[in-house]
Design a protein around this ligand. Structure first.
Ligand code: NAI
Ligand code: 15L
Length: 264
């Protein structure tokens, strides 16, 4: 690829992927509303808010792929979610439509289905059960992406990330963990595929305790290599076992179901 745009590049995942995705393109364009570290030789940095339509339009110009990590990533007051995850998504897709429809990997979340009990195994067609306004905003993002695919042919990977962190830090993450390396191999597969469409992809490693069925995307050739199980003993040694009534071990969205609707 000539130029890959990574939004949310100052965030937890963006800071890691800035380096790990560098081999995918000659130039990596990085963006966030927060300050970014100075650009390396192969990088371009643009500080802008996703709610600013003309800034997003300029940001997307000249890019042939987008990893969209930018946005509110936890439960927050609705006005913040509205700007970043609703208006921001619309601005991104309109910019993509204006600039040759670069393929998009959209960082959606397991919180689109967070109210399912952990006893259920889910495929890509399970009805939404978001566990908060954050989850609802990602349902909107998925629906928006799907509409731009049906109407205009815009391709997007709807990546419902579980927990993309260095290692699982609670019992739930033994099921939801997505290793950084598996995120990278998935991103490569998404941009390598001759035809992508607009599939839902569960963003989890090959966890023995996993809940989500990715058999519908066998054609993508993504084979996650990591397995959260290797951390179980370490976790058990350092973490008290939650009570069965604890949301952390009841719901797929874990403690997010306990979040209130935050006041403005
Ligand atoms: P993060 O909160 O650390 O990073 C998000 C970045 O987006 C931040 O640097 C923030 O400044 C930026 N941002 C927020 N609002 C913005 C706006 N209006 N305009 C421009 N930039 C804005 O989140 P993290 O963990 O890096 O996650 C990245 C993406 O992946 C998020 O979209 C999140 O919803 C999604 N995700 C992440 C998971 C994880 O385990 N890390 C799990 C599921 C989804
Ligand atoms: C998410 O959507 C959040 O962005 C991230 O911070 C994690 O909490 C993750 O889900 C999770 O469910 O573990």
């Amino acid at each position: 690829m000539e130029r890959l745009l990574i939004t949310g590049a100052a965030g937890q995942l963006g800071r890691v992927m800035r380096k790990k995705l560098a081999p995918l393109a000659k130039t990596i364009r990085l963006s966030d509303r927060a300050p970014l570290d100075p650009p390396a030789e192969n990088e371009e940095c643009t500080q802008c808010d996703l709610a600013d339509a003309s800034a997003v339009n300029e940001l997307v110009a000249g890019c042939d792929a987008i990893v969209h990590l930018g946005g509110i990533s936890v439960e927050r007051p609705f006005s913040e979610i509205l700007d970043a995850n609703i208006l921001g998504l619309y601005n991104l897709y309109e910019a993509a439509r204006a600039h040759h429809q670069p393929r998009i990997l959209f960082a959606s979340t397991n919180h689109t289905i967070g109210y399912y009990p952990q006893s259920e195994r889910l495929g890509p067609d399970a009805p939404y059960r978001p566990d908060g306004l954050y989850g609802v905003s990602k349902c909107f993002g998925e629906a928006l992406a799907r509409m731009y695919f049906d109407k205009f042919g815009q391709e997007t990977a709807l990546l419902r990330i579980g927990s993309c962190v260095p290692e699982p830090v609670n019992y739930r993450m033994l099921s939801t963990w997505l290793s950084h390396d598996d995120f990278v191999s998935l991103t490569e597969a998404v941009f390598r595929a001759p035809v992508l469409g607009c599939p839902v992809i569960w963003g989890a490693s090959a966890n023995d305790a996993g809940w989500w069925d990715n058999s519908h995307i066998g054609w993508l050739g993504w084979r996650p290599k990591d397995n959260a199980e290797v951390f179980r003993d370490k976790l058990a040694a350092n973490t008290p076992k939650p009570q069965p009534s604890d949301s952390l071990v009841r719901y797929q969205g874990g403690a997010f179901v306990d979040d209130p609707i935050f006041e403005e």
